[in-house]
Design a protein around this ligand. Structure first.
Ligand SMILES: *Cc1c(COP(=O)(O)O)cnc(C)c1O
Length: 345
């Protein structure tokens, strides 16, 4: 079956050009630092993000974990939003594997943390307390509707953290969506953070992989942590070959996904009982709520659409998420809107 898969942009398959590049990639042993394709990808990523160095990792989850473990030791504390991916969806890795203590502060609906909340979350130097070492920001903010966070806000949050002696890590799984949406060069958008992780395997269509960027010294630490976590891969250049194309050719087109998300949202909200979350869609994600009066739950809606070959995300009893990506075309949007109309008829 040819599914119309709107569950996530992680479902994107590699393009024809990526598959060809993978087949032809020059390879070596990356644990020895000898894979030319990996080295090329890392140099390209560091250059694009305006950082000294970069490290290829198997996933965004490992990227965030390796970054936290490179910044913090056991018993240290990290400040993050209560809706942060690292807090909600990374299996508690920072505490389970690193002995790092998460200190959550409330995420605002625009993906930010209040500056005063960050400030008051920083611990005094007292033997009773963990040591606050790190602030994690997220951009775009997935659980807050895929919203792009502004450079102005990031500058403010980072400067408060830096004044308090903390480092700042950015979970930039979709940082290119944020940059494209706000028309800000990506290196400017991340200029104030000490480290950043971004995903090649989401909207950028590569099959596997994420990249951590930061100073040479920081990346050397992360390199050691990656090995500890079992993430040292050998001829991983087959993956990097797709990642290079992702960075070179798949970034600017993300605005098409954002545009399609707007079209989809507009169409769906003509259906009585379907309501957009406040501010949605901001990038490539449409978050919807089903009114009680519709008498239908999100899970039932997803099941009915599945019978029509359409897959969507269920994020709550009455909440749905639809994500636009490279493999979603204009004619798919029509089909999705018609299928929704049938479900709610
Ligand atoms: C997807 C995602 C990650 C983790 O990436 P994986 O490659 O799935 O491990 C981290 N942060 C955010 C915000 C994400 O959306």
């Amino acid at each position: 079956m040819n599914w119309i898969d709107l569950r996530s942009d992680t479902v994107t398959l590699p393009t024809e050009k990526m598959r060809n590049a993978m087949a032809e990639a020059e390879l070596g042993d990356d644990v020895y630092g000898e894979d030319p394709s990996i080295n090329h990808l890392q140099a390209l990523a560091a250059g694009k993000l305006g950082k000294e160095a970069a490290l290829f990792v198997p996933s965004g989850t490992m990227g965030n974990l390796a970054a936290v473990l490179a910044h913090c030791g056991r018993g240290d504390e990290v400040i993050m939003g209560d809706r942060a991916h690292t807090f909600l969806y990374e299996a508690g890795g920072v505490s389970a594997l690193g002995g790092v203590h998460p200190h959550t502060v409330p995420n605002q609906t625009n993906g930010t943390l209040r500056i005063e909340d960050i400030r008051s979350a920083v611990r005094d130097n007292d033997v009773h307390f963990p040591k606050t070492k790190l602030l994690i920001l997220e951009n775009t903010h997935n659980n807050c509707g895929g919203v792009a966070v502004s450079r102005e806000y990031m500058l403010k949050a980072a400067s408060v953290a830096h004044e308090s002696g903390l480092a700042v890590h950015l979970d930039g799984a979709r940082i290119f969506n944020a940059a494209v949406e706000q028309d800000v060069p990506v290196d400017q958008l991340v200029s104030m953070v000490d480290s950043v992780t971004f995903c090649l395997s989401k909207g950028l269509c590569a099959p596997v992989g994420s990249v951590i960027c930061g100073t040479k010294e920081f990346i050397a630490k992360a390199y050691r942590v990656r090995k500890q976590l079992g993430g040292g891969m050998r001829q991983a250049g087959v993956l990097a070959a797709a990642g290079i194309i992702a960075l070179q050719e798949m970034v600017n087109r993300l605005s098409e996904d954002h545009q399609r998300a707007k079209v989809l949202a507009k169409g769906l909200t003509t259906i009585p009982g379907l309501r957009l979350d406040k501010g949605s869609p901001n990038t490539n994600m449409v978050y919807l709520e089903l009114d009680k009066e519709t008498g239908i739950l999100a899970s039932e809606c997803a099941k009915l659409l599945k019978q029509e070959g359409i897959l969507i995300g269920v994020t709550g009893e009455r909440h749905l998420r639809l994500v636009c990506h490279y493999w979603i075309r204009d004619d798919h949007l029509e089909m999705v809107m018609k299928a929704f109309q049938r479900v709610f008829d």
